[in-house]
Design a protein around this ligand. Structure first.
Ligand code: NAP
Ligand code: HSE
Length: 432
């Protein structure tokens, strides 16, 4: 018996789009795809901005710049791998209103408008899938949405941006220059079109927002995530961390605080070398989920790159196709309105602070007294001198963020302090 046909259109023929086309058109996989989709998946067209650009692997006949015509061409599934908020959102809305299921890798769009788009999909009997938006090839969203749907999750924590992890790894293992490592990440297809999305942690914050929605029922497009990128991380901090037995990673965290509080944040953190996240290197991503009954769970995999990301997009396309054939669609999650957001300033952890000072008698005592005045207890101190100046590196005991912020503010105002170069959270040993 001939299998039914599911018509798929793609917006975007860049790193992810081109890799997806190759997967969809691979003759050695065609039977497996029919089995998984319970249908023949027919690629109808690929919309790009410039059809003249060379795109090995995408037949010229498939390319178009007319996205509206593609959406109107009796599609069953639209794949959006163009990126950005507009016009991507308008295209997605237009498809959903026609009852076309949408698969997207666009975390920025989902973090901003995911809840409304999911509702729109539901109203029109369509699916909205976005597995590739977090962790590239790692199937973390499906795990949260299905396998852990009944579990009370207490924390989701991970390395969710491949570009920054690639840069920090290069700085740590090769002493590389920040700019050079960023350029390499861009050439490898890890980075977003605008590098500030990665290095200023907007990309990771969007992913934390998506993870938080599925883990805790917070709303997409809801309140801001506390966000700090890696542009302030210097090679001296990386070296100090190494000497003290730590590595610096950009971590994203969404966790319960008490019964109804949720903290969501992205920031560089010093992680002990023995911690499982410390050995997640290059563009790899890792996500820990801790549940009351499940205990700690971890996913590790290629978090960025066209080919690996395209596997997650393909999985969603096959799911959407199967749903199409069986006449069903996924029901969107409902938000938990009892939750409130806990600001990062109300959280405690040990901190690393690096302070550049004038090297003269009494300065260390003066600086240390500022810590004491704000109830920040010093665990250890390391001094390196250069000429008339010295760098004091402090590790504190657990301290309230607001107290550490007040300490930094007062330190900056001291005449003997040149600058406070770094103020980085330290994550305790183990996964607690
Ligand atoms: P990319 O290489 O920059 O490709 C974007 C593609 O979209 C290009 O082919 C571009 O056309 C096309 N495009 C952009 N605006 C368009 C418009 N208005 N109309 C028609 N086509 C348009 O980006 P990418 O790395 O593949 O990423 C795509 C999406 O996947 C983004 O949302 C990104 O966040 C997400 N993602 C990427 C990765 C990754 O590792 N790369 C991983 C996970 C998720 P032209 O080629 O003609 O310019
Ligand atoms: N720019 C993103 C990253 C791509 O570096 O992780 C994957 O979402």
């Amino acid at each position: 018996m001939e299998s039914p046909v599911v018509r798929v259109g793609v917006i975007g023929g860049g790193f992810v789009g081109a890799a997806l086309v190759q997967l969809l058109c691979d003759p050695t996989r065609s039977e497996a795809l029919v089995d998984a989709a319970t249908a023949t998946v027919e690629l109808v067209g690929v919309a790009v901005r410039d059809v003249a650009k060379p795109r090995p692997g995408i037949g010229l006949g498939l390319l178009t710049t007319d996205v509206d015509a593609l959406i109107a061409s009796d599609l069953d599934v639209l794949v959006e791998v163009a990126g950005g908020i507009e016009p991507a959102r308008s295209y997605v809305e237009s498809a959903l209103k026609r009852g076309i299921s949408v698969v997207t890798a666009n975390k920025a769009l989902m973090a901003e408008s995911g809840t409304q788009l999911a509702q729109l999909a539901h109203e029109h009997g369509a699916d909205l899938f976005y597995e590739a938006a977090v962790g590239g090839a790692i199937p973390i969203l499906r795990a949260l949405r299905s396998s852990l749907a009944g579990e009370r999750i207490t924390r989701v924590m991970g390395i969710v941006n491949g570009t920054t992890n690639y840069i920090l790894t290069k700085m740590t293992t090769e002493g590389s220059d920040y700019g050079e490592a960023l350029r390499e990440a861009q050439a490898l297809g890890y980075a977003e079109a605008d590098p500030s999305a990665d290095v200023e942690a907007f990309d990771a914050a969007a992913k934390v927002q998506i993870l938080s929605t599925l883990a805790f029922g917070t709303r997409l497009g809801g309140e801001e995530i506390a966000r700090e990128g890696i542009t302030g991380v210097r090679i001296v901090d990386v070296d100090f961390a190494a000497r003290m037995g730590y590595v610096i990673k950009l971590v994203g965290v969404a966790e319960r605080v008490g019964e109804t509080g949720i903290s969501r944040r992205v920031h560089p953190a010093m992680i002990p070398v023995g911690h499982p996240l410390a050995s997640v290197n290059g563009a790899m991503n890792a996500v820990f989920v801790e549940g009351v009954k499940s205990g700690p769970l971890m996913w590790l995999g290629q978090g960025a790159g066209g080919e690996s990301t395209a596997t997650a997009v393909l999985g969603d396309v096959l799911d959407a196709a199967r749903n199409r054939i069986s006449g069903r669609h996924d029901v969107p999650f409902t938000g938990d309105r009892s939750l409130h957001y806990v600001p990062a300033s109300e959280l405690s952890s040990p901190f690393y602070l690096s302070v550049d000072v004038l090297d003269r008698p009494g300065v260390l005592a003066e600086v240390a007294s500022v810590f004491g005045r704000h109830d920040v207890s010093i665990q250890s101190m390391d001094q390196s001198g250069f000429g008339d100046e010295a760098r004091l590196a402090f590790l504190t005991h657990e301290a309230l963020s607001a107290d550490v912020e007040a300490t930094v503010k007062e330190l900056i105002a001291l005449e003997s302090v040149e600058s406070v170069g770094a103020c980085i959270r330290v994550i305790d040993e183990g996964v607690t």
